[in-house]
Design a protein around this ligand. Structure first.
Ligand code: ZN
Length: 389
């Protein structure tokens, strides 16, 4: 870890300790390292990985001009009044100049600059690139691990961004305003699908009833809150709706039959050599490394969109992965699907006569899983993982 030390003058262990203690300067430096994809960022993210998962991660997205920033500012005030610490990550993929982000920060900081309970970071870029996605995920993880009670990811709903936000956030609020011309039809299907809560902001304008009807028709059963953010109206109601949706299985997962691709497992002789391609050349970020004793493997996880690539290296020649490599060479080893209804799915497979290779057990990242034999699945070793709420 001498590299991290040389670059920043901070020892990685020390830096990590300060982040976990919530020290603002250490967190701010880490956010900058992650945003710049500095060499020490991957090591930092790996070090904080197991400390995340406690924050309420809230995604706020919607069309440009919907008043998201004002809404977020009022939500921050609301959470602060409850004594919760807040981290805000504002991503604007439609603004190519970082100057815009800095200006945005200054305006926001005027309100919150004296309050160490609020940490705000803005990023601007042209388009939602892999780099923006990586930085967003990394900084959200950082804020979570640093002990923020609430982490808000605010972004303009333009393309890939909302998909990323839906993946990272526990609750997604989609902000719409009346009088959007073609109304909800004009909003991309993607934006409608990811909403856990709808917000009609500027609800003092004409056309509220019409928009409300359209939303109910398009997304029945999803809570809808009316706000006038500029006057702080409806904020407590919005916070209550967010609270009621946190910890619930995601609607988009239900729509996908309850499954998502968690990762693709690739058997390699050496993780370090494979990383030269996946991290060095392809540019994926290494999020996590560990050894899974019971499988006798070392694994490395590299996030890709909503899922991950898992590099698996046999820890010894007795590992089944070692036998697989000896037989078939390196290559795709298994496909892993994740579901919140894990027990139900295993039950269904058993009842249908699928060949399940093990009793549910806990593996990499503390997840419960089973393997299903390729003879039941069309020739692919299938790993089924329990989605943790
Ligand atoms: Zn796996």
């Amino acid at each position: 870890m001498g590299r991290a030390e040389g670059r920043t003058g901070l020892n990685l262990e020390d830096w990590t300790r300060r982040i976990l203690a919530g020290e603002i300067r250490a967190v701010a430096r880490a956010a900058t390292a992650i945003e710049n994809n500095a060499p020490e960022a991957a090591a930092l993210l790996a070090a904080i990985e197991r400390h995340r998962g406690r924050a309420l991660v809230l995604g706020v997205t919607g069309a440009p001009g919907a008043g998201k920033s004002t809404l977020v500012d009022h939500l921050v005030r609301h959470y602060r009044a409850q004594g919760k610490t807040v981290g805000v990550l504002a991503v604007d993929p439609s603004s190519p100049f970082t100057g815009g982000a800095i200006l945005g920060d200054r305006i926001r900081m005027q309100d919150h600059h004296a309050d160490p309970g609020v940490f705000i970071r803005s990023m601007a870029s042209r388009g939602w690139t892999g780099g923006v996605a990586r930085a967003t995920e990394g900084i959200a993880a950082l804020l979570d691990a640093s002990g923020r009670g609430v982490v808000i990811i605010e972004t303009v709903g333009v393309g890939q961004g909302e998909v990323e936000v839906a993946r990272l956030a526990g609750v997604v609020a989609v902000v719409l305003v009346p009088g959007m011309g073609d109304g909800v039809q004009a909003i991309k299907a993607g934006l409608m699908e990811i909403a856990d809560v709808f917000v009609i902001n500027k609800a003092d304008h004409a056309g509220v009833g019409e928009l409300e009807r359209e939303i109910h028709q398009e997304a029945p059963g999803v809570p809808l809150v009316k706000t006038v953010a500029s006057q702080g109206q409806g904020i407590a109601e919005l916070a209550a709706a967010i609270e009621s949706r946190s910890g619930q299985p995601r609607r988009r997962m239900e729509r996908a039959g309850g499954f998502e691709i968690d990762h693709l497992g690739i058997a390699v002789r050496s993780i370090d050599s494979a990383l030269r391609f996946y991290a060095g050349q392809l540019g994926l970020a290494l999020a996590h490394r560990e050894t899974v004793e019971q499988e006798r493997v070392h694994v490395a996880m590299l996030p890709v969109g909503g899922s991950r690539v898992e590099l698996i290296e046999p820890a010894d020649s007795e590992s089944s992965v070692a036998r697989s490599i000896a037989k078939r060479g390196e290559g795709l080893h298994h496909v892993a699907l994740r579901t919140a209804r894990f027990a139900e799915a295993v039950e269904r497979l058993r009842a249908g006569g699928a060949r399940i290779l093990n009793e549910p057990r806990t593996g990499a990242g503390g997840h419960t899983y089973v393997f299903v034999h390729p003879e039941s699945t069309g020739g692919v070793l299938l790993e089924l993982i329990e989605e943790k709420e």
